[in-house]
Design a protein around this ligand. Structure first.
Ligand SMILES: Nc1ncnc2c1ncn2[C@@H]1O[C@H](COP(=O)(O)OP(=O)(O)OP(=O)(O)O)[C@@H](O)[C@H]1O
Length: 194
């Protein structure tokens, strides 16, 4: 993936850029920086969710996103929350659910799952379409340290198996280290990456 953001502004106020980043296959990068510096804005641009910027993002293969909130479909079962958006068979979805510790929960609705289980379901969904790149925006914020640690281990294992690369937004350098992601920091105004 080639990221080349010349400039990003909100209402005439420059927020980001210039930022250049090339992400090789399987490479993991953590985007660190203080609150309000532009981490989420950067990730939204890379994800294609914000097209109002100067520059280009060139993606090779499929990219999926994991947000802080699980963003599940409340009126669909756990299994359908993977099969529908990812376009995979129930068999593929079940295998992934088992991998994230949700075996047998196929028919439950998101409201019947704990928040931790919902987050694991969101993680399984992100890996279902065999992405070449995963984008994660503080996916483990507000979890207790032990749960966050387990989620980081799970993420690392799934990334290894998929051979996928990662851009991981966090304010916590320890999370970056846990994932063996190369730390890069957004700083300045407008923010650049170093
Ligand atoms: N839709 C928007 N309209 C106007 N300004 C925005 C918008 N989204 C973000 N901003 C501003 O852009 C800057 C960067 O915000 P962003 O959410 O990317 O920061 P962040 O580093 O992700 O912060 P945090 O760690 O608190 O989530 C902030 O000053 C924010 O107020």
């Amino acid at each position: 993936m080639e990221i080349d953001i010349h400039a990003k502004s909100f209402a005439g106020r420059p927020v980001l850029g210039p930022i250049r980043l090339t992400l090789g296959q399987g490479q993991r990068v953590a985007i660190l920086g203080p609150s309000g510096i532009g981490k989420t804005t950067f990730l939204r641009i890379v994800a294609g969710l914000d097209e109002d910027f100067e520059g280009t993002v060139t993606e090779i293969g499929r990219t999926t996103v994991v947000f802080q909130e699980p963003t599940l479909l409340p009126w669909r079962t756990a299994l359908e929350n993977i099969t529908l958006p990812a376009g995979v068979t129930a068999e593929v979805a079940r295998a992934l659910m088992a991998e994230v510790g949700l075996a047998g929960k196929d028919a439950l609705y998101p409201r019947q799952l704990s928040l931790g289980q919902q987050r694991r379901l969101a993680l399984a969904r992100a890996f279902a379409p065999a992405p070449s790149t995963l984008l994660m925006d503080e996916p483990f914020a507000s979890l207790d340290a032990e749960t966050a640690g387990r989620m980081l281990d799970l993420t690392a294992a799934l990334l290894d198996r998929a051979g996928a690369s990662l851009i991981f937004v966090t304010h916590d350098p320890a999370e970056a280290a846990h994932l063996k992601a190369q730390p890069m920091t957004l700083r300045g105004s407008p923010a650049t990456l170093s």
